[in-house]
Design a binder for this molecule. Structure first.
Ligand SMILES: CC(C)(COP(=O)(O)OP(=O)(O)OC[C@H]1O[C@@H](n2cnc3c(N)ncnc32)[C@H](O)[C@@H]1OP(=O)(O)O)[C@@H](O)C(=O)NCCC(=O)NCCS
Length: 164
């Protein structure tokens, strides 16, 4: 099930961000983002029967299947982050989160969405292309992975273009 992000989700999102990204948004940053009136975000909730029974620190965030964070100003949006918990990846959660985001955006008359993605992030590039995003630029060495620098591909979606 997908719902809008609430302040109570920030701990779980911060924990998942830290698992997924070398440079992650922390709890304080997420709380600040969440309080911003232009913020728009969704979480995917793992059904109760699929959640682990234990209450270890890791499992406290186990209700979270994934999340999408964005800013929406007038008819333009920027996707800041999207992540799916590793054991639920490639099961359609990312697609569902983007579908909800686009449904909400359509109700807000959204006409343009931009985002950045590492050039070697094959799953994310595939997901964005499926939704009609197209590359329009590149930021050299934008991401750091250990000693390596990876370019960011800048992608955009415009309402007149493809929509699944
Ligand atoms: C990118 C990410 C959000 C995709 O979410 P997901 O739930 O695993 O993706 P879905 O199952 O909804 O797949 C949707 C489409 O994305 C693409 N995709 C997803 N995983 C893929 C993979 N491992 N290899 C190639 N393409 C992939 C495919 O086009 C797929 O459509 P298909 O299943 O019909 O082929 C997820 O892999 C993730 O959290 N990655 C780590 C964090 C990250 O990199 N976020 C993006 C930052 S820009």
């Amino acid at each position: 099930m997908i719902r809008r992000i609430a302040p109570v989700d920030c701990d779980a999102i911060a924990a998942l961000e830290a698992r997924l990204f070398a440079t992650a948004l922390d709890q304080a940053r997420l709380m600040a983002l969440q309080a911003n009136p232009v913020f728009c975000g969704f979480v995917d909730l793992v059904p109760e029967q699929d959640q682990p029974q234990s209450t270890s620190a890791d499992d406290l965030a186990s209700y979270l299947g994934g999340y999408l964070l964005a800013m929406m100003i007038d008819d333009e949006a920027e996707i800041l982050s999207i992540g799916v918990t590793p054991d639920r990846q490639r099961q359609g959660v990312g697609k569902l989160l983007l579908q909800h985001f686009f449904e909400h955006g359509t109700s807000q008359n959204m006409t343009r969405v931009v985002l950045e993605v590492a050039e070697d992030n094959v799953p994310a590039l595939g997901l964005y292309r499926d939704f009609g995003f197209a590359a329009f630029g590149r930021r050299k060495g934008y991401y750091k992975q250990g000693n390596q620098k990876i370019d960011a591909i800048m992608m955009k979606w415009c309402r007149a273009e493809a929509f699944p």
